[in-house]
Design a binder for this molecule. Structure first.
Ligand code: SF4
Length: 246
């Protein structure tokens, strides 16, 4: 059985790797799916983690990206721009995580290990049990070590702190409709502008108003820039409905 870590680039995945290093559970592969629109701090963290993993004689994190039938790389942001829309998770569909996160990993693994059994390490933490599910691929078996170890998010943060590594923060696309208001307002200006451009280009929004579903990020960002207050109900934002891992 091959051991495959799917690394999300955030707190959970980092804590999971730290414990694997501690107990010398060396995986065969550590894979990170890059939508092309991850937060800049996540890209920085992956570079830092690779230095650390190398110092521990562990495999390095390998980045995978979605490719079209022609073999060209396509980012989620460009896909949204091409289709005059925003990430499908805003409409309650999981297809952006399926297409840009899950599919590149599955494709890579099926090509490399066509017949072998694979155990897929997934960094959902204790508290995310609702997200557990069997892997639909016959040769793949999902394994949720953080849940098995009883590690919640606070424990993951503590473990990272004790190791001396920088806290990675939450990983997601910088335009993810699951983001909360404070996360949006903390984005660098250039990324705020790209999110506004995505909303402006999105002519196929049906009933929703924008990346904030019943709110447009453009309004929220512009109100903040003009130092105006805008109401924002955070309740809907706390439970990810996608399959992205942190
Ligand atoms: S982080 Fe958000 S926008 Fe990006 S793939 Fe996941 S659900 Fe979609």
């Amino acid at each position: 059985m091959k051991e495959i870590v799917t690394f999300g680039g955030g707190t959970n995945g980092t804590a999971m790797l730290i414990n694997m290093v501690k107990y010398q559970i060396k995986p065969d592969e550590i894979l990170f799916s890059d939508t092309g629109g991850e937060n800049p701090y996540t890209y920085e963290h992956i570079a830092e983690m690779n230095k650390w993993l190398q110092s521990k004689n562990f495999p390095l994190i390998q980045t995978l990206r979605y490719k079209t039938k022609n073999g060209d790389e396509l980012t989620l942001e460009q896909d949204c721009l091409n289709n005059n829309t925003i990430p499908p998770v805003a409409f309650g569909w999981k297809t952006c995580s399926q297409k840009f996160k899950i599919q590149p990993v599955e494709k890579y693994l099926k090509a490399k290990y066509p017949t072998e059994k694979l155990r897929i390490w997934v960094g959902f933490d204790a508290g995310e049990e609702r997200r557990i599910k069997a892997n639909p691929n016959e040769n793949f078996e999902n394994y949720y070590p953080l849940i098995y170890w009883g590690w919640d998010r606070e424990k993951c943060i503590e473990v990272i702190q004790n190791t001396g590594l920088k806290q990675p923060g939450k990983s997601s696309c910088f335009f993810c409709p699951n983001m909360r208001k404070n996360e949006i307002l903390r984005l660098p200006d250039d990324l705020k502008d790209r999110a506004i451009a995505m909303e402006k280009n999105a002519t196929k929004l049906a009933e929703i108003k924008g990346l904030g579903r019943n709110k447009s990020w453009t309004d929220v960002i512009n109100a903040d820039r003009s130092q105006l207050k805008i109401d924002w109900d955070e309740e809907d934002w706390h439970q990810p409905v996608c399959e992205c891992i942190d």
